[in-house]
Design a protein around this ligand. Structure first.
Ligand SMILES: [Zn+2]
Ligand SMILES: [Zn+2]
Length: 357
């Protein structure tokens, strides 16, 4: 280093300090009010919707697609299945509860949110994502394979889709930003059939990967609407307040007793991540099969890091609903008190095992 270097370097560095201080001020202020990583999921969703909108959804019928998805989510067959399951969980419950427990009423709000907001959003994301994938990696889309029967292609798509859902679910538990959105689903203390709808609309961005098998094999087959309705019914049943295992079949299919372990209060939540099939959990050594202790176990999040409908003295469903949807964007409090009953809008306390430092 020459003698002249020092003063030259200091002249260059010195003025930069106040600029850096000025720049970090607003950034710090913003990050103390908003959990900025959560905004990345908004950006991805907005970019995808923008691409699809600008390209007129690649010629697809957007309104027709919304209607089709709405049929899957809350169509007549789905509602009939849910109605039957609501009776089943009353007849053979894991935990006895009032007919209109707070958790049921809150999950009804999420059912309405799915029908009105989530369905159009997921339709837009689906159409855009498919367009982006087929446009940027066209070789991914296989041509028609003449020797493969259609039912075989549909079976492969179904199993691969379930595997992708399992993987995205694992990411929801391992990636802090995604967990901020997924913890809403785990906050339910009165598990019931409608808990399947208790999801943040933006979390569906993380499940777009499950579309890939269908995109790859689109020329060979597509999942029939009825199969998707049955798939949704199986996942809804897994969330029901029913004391039911599947015996040896649990080695293949997710039962209510099996999925309850995933929602268990103080339980290891990164086990039993399967949607319909348990094979992914078994292959990754994340399967825990029901025992007499787990089949009636309490569910929810220890310490109530997220405001829940059961924590307020009087029912405040809409206020709690709004607070739950805003919660992923609130700054993380790594320590300190959790949300007290009736106190809306405090920072979320992140589960200690997922806090990186
Ligand atoms: Zn989960
Ligand atoms: Zn669940």
């Amino acid at each position: 280093m020459s003698v002249l270097d020092k003063p030259v370097r200091s002249r260059l560095v010195a003025p930069a300090e106040p600029r850096r201080a000025r720049a970090s001020g607003p950034r710090l202020a913003l990050s103390s009010r908003v959990y900025l990583p959560a905004c990345s999921i908004v950006v991805v969703a907005a970019v995808l919707v923008g691409i699809g909108w600008a390209d007129h959804w690649a010629g697809a019928d957007f309104t027709g697609s919304v209607t089709s998805l709405r049929v899957v989510v809350v169509g007549p067959l789905t509602l009939a299945i849910l109605g039957v399951l609501l009776v089943v969980e009353r007849v053979h419950p894991a935990q006895r509860r009032p007919l209109f427990a707070r958790g049921y009423r809150q999950d009804l709000l999420y059912t309405l949110l799915n029908a009105t907001v989530t369905v159009p959003l997921v339709t837009a994301l689906t159409l855009s994502f498919s367009e982006v994938v087929t446009g940027s990696v066209p070789w991914l889309v296989l041509a028609r394979i003449g020797t493969v029967p259609r039912w075989c292609a549909i079976a492969v798509i179904f199993v691969a889709m379930d595997g992708c859902n399992w993987f995205a679910h694992l990411a929801n538990h391992r990636v802090r930003m995604l967990w901020r959105f997924h913890e809403l689903h785990h906050s339910q203390e009165d598990m019931n059939v409608l808990t399947v709808f208790r999801t943040h609309p933006l979390i569906h961005v993380s499940y777009l990967i499950a579309l890939v098998p269908g995109i790859v094999l689109v020329a060979n087959g597509a999942l029939p609407t009825t199969l998707l309705v049955i798939y949704g019914g199986v996942v809804a049943f897994a969330h029901s307040n029913t004391n039911l295992g599947f015996g040896p079949l649990e080695r293949v299919f997710v039962s209510p007793n099996y999925h309850r372990i995933h929602h268990q209060l103080n339980g290891p939540q990164d086990v039993n991540l399967g949607f319909a099939l348990t094979v992914w959990d078994q292959m990754s050594r994340r399967a825990m099969f029901p025992t007499p202790e787990t089949i009636r176990a309490d569910t929810g999040l220890a310490g109530r890091p997220l405001i829940v409908e059961q924590s307020t003295q009087r029912p405040r469903h809409l206020a709690v609903f709004a607070a739950q949807l805003v919660a992923p964007f609130r700054p993380i409090a790594k320590s300190g008190p959790v949300i007290e009953p009736g106190a809306l809008g405090q920072p979320t306390v992140f589960p200690p095992d997922l806090v990186g430092d």
